[in-house]
Design a protein around this ligand. Structure first.
Ligand code: HEM
Length: 443
């Protein structure tokens, strides 16, 4: 299967290798006021990455370093190079807000500062299996910037895996991921061929047989990947209260929640176990992603509008002239932040909690933006133009969610928004050789 040879030693490991589980971590945003200090910072981060690389491939501490477009500009990357990046990256996430559905409460005017401002230049993510190992690497990353007067630490967000191993709404996350040719990581869905490496890493052929548009010079683009991060606040109490009001039993609440996601809280997919949760299946990595939707075209098992089915319809769109789902896959590396809302609480406690959503892929537009705008925010592709994603969809007006059922479907009305965007950035995670190139710039 692996006829592609990926230059794994040159690629930052965060995109291709799983984060540790359980994990604790921290995200740092840095601003470069002096390009010489900026380059020194890059030199030091490169050294850290070169030594952390092996550890992250074995589920130890992982470190990822990425830059916004303004960050590359602040380092003095030549204009011809800056202009060669994907247009969406050049504009930045805040400028794409209307398109992405980040309006109203989720609009950039309400974002947590400095997210979405021109000050955000460098993003550093450190994820470790425990506090001790996190501190060791985070301290080195801290020293890398703290000694440089031209670098400011402007934001920090800690994250950790909740004790339940689940995310704030109560669901196991991070299950549905594509296998990538040449990564050496096994596929979890036996019905799906591994993705061409160029879908995730620049410089290799993608699913179209072409190389994804790559920034110049080659040393800067090759073996890099685009990274999207979004801080997403989850309104857990509102979500629970909504289900409570529509269900007569706890079992029915669980079922409605599962219908919205496409999986039970344990991670067990509705496609394999439509009527009840199966925690053993949910925790079995050999089985919990091994399914298709083709035998359930009308969504009696897993609704067409369920979050995970929208985000990856698998074979459900396999008709002549239809969308090629493989062009819209992505690697997700999300984490949780904030404390869990204790069981049984249905009232908002005003505490920030949610997901640091992280995407990695070679195509910002046809992967992240396409899935977000065409499949999560819009329901045209499933014949339900008025329905956005029941869990994560943006909603200026109350939403609707159809659950196919015989003899009559069920329709949930008046869905409020359950997720609010607190901010985010489009970044580029360069290869190790590109980091050296950036550190050595002499413009
Ligand atoms: C707070 C916001 C979000 C929450 C709570 C959430 C939660 C989940 C859960 C519980 C799953 C099922 C478990 C799994 O397969 O990992 C899932 C799957 C997925 N989500 Fe999200 N998600 C969120 C936002 C997003 C966004 C913004 C995107 C993309 C733009 C996205 C894309 C996906 C994809 C691609 C899958 C995997 C589908 C598959 O391959 O089966 N999610 N998400």
């Amino acid at each position: 299967m692996d006829d592609v040879s990926l230059e794994l030693d040159d690629i930052q490991s965060g995109a291709l290798f799983e984060r540790p589980s359980p994990y604790v971590g921290t995200y740092l945003l840095l601003s470069i006021r002096d390009r010489h200090d900026g380059r020194e910072l890059v030199r030091r981060l490169h050294q850290l990455l070169a030594t952390a690389g092996e550890a992250s491939k074995t589920g130890e501490t992982s470190l990822t370093v990425a830059f916004t477009h303004q960050g590359l500009e602040a380092l003095g990357v030549p204009q011809t190079s800056l202009d060669s990046f994907a247009p969406e990256f050049r504009q930045g996430m805040a400028a794409r807000a209307e398109i992405l559905g980040d309006t109203g409460e989720s609009g950039p005017q309400h974002w947590e500062k400095p997210l979405g401002t021109p000050d955000v230049h460098v993003a550093v993510a450190v994820l470790s299996p425990d506090e001790e190992r996190l501190r060791a690497v985070a301290e080195k990353a801290r020293r890398a910037h703290a000694e440089l007067p031209g670098i400011d630490l402007i934001w920090r967000q800690d994250c950790y895996q909740l004790a339940t191993g689940r995310t704030s709404f109560g669901f196991k996350d991070g299950i549905g991921q594509p296998a990538v040719e040449g990564s050496g990581r096994p596929a979890t869905n036996s019905h799906e061929q591994p993705l061409k490496a160029g879908e995730i890493i620049l410089g290799y052929p993608d699913e179209t047989g072409e190389l994804a548009p790559m920034p110049i010079p080659e040393v800067l683009g090759r073996n890099g990947t685009y990274v999207v991060f979004r801080k997403l606040h989850t309104k857990v109490a509102a979500y629970r209260a909504y289900l409570r009001a529509r269900a007569t039993t706890r079992a029915e609440e669980d079922l409605l929640g599962a219908k919205m996601v496409g999986r039970w809280q344990s991670g067990a997919p509705l496609a394999l176990t439509p009527d009840h949760d199966d925690p053993e299946l949910g925790s079995d990595p050999h089985r919990n992603n091994d399914f298709r939707f083709g035998d359930d075209p009308r969504g009696f098992k897993c609704p067409l509008g369920a979050h995970a089915r929208r985000a990856n319809p698998r074979d459900a769109l396999d008709e002549e002239g239809s969308v090629d789902v493989r062009l819209h896959r992505m690697i997700r590396r999300g984490t949780s932040y904030g404390p869990a809302l204790p069981d049984g609480i249905l009232e908002d406690d005003g505490v920030e909690r949610g997901i640091m959503f992280v995407f990695a892929g070679a195509h910002l537009k046809r992967q992240f933006e396409f899935v977000k705008t065409q499949w999560l925010n819009d329901g045209i592709f499933i014949g339900a133009p008025l329905e956005s994603d029941p869990l994560v969809g943006p909603r200026d007006e109350a939403g609707m969610f159809t659950i196919p059922h015989r003899p009559i479907r069920r329709r949930l009305q008046d869905l409020p928004p359950f997720v609010v965007t607190r901010g985010g950035e489009y970044c580029f995670a360069p290869s190790l050789s590109a980091l050296r190139w950036l550190a050595d710039l002499d413009t």
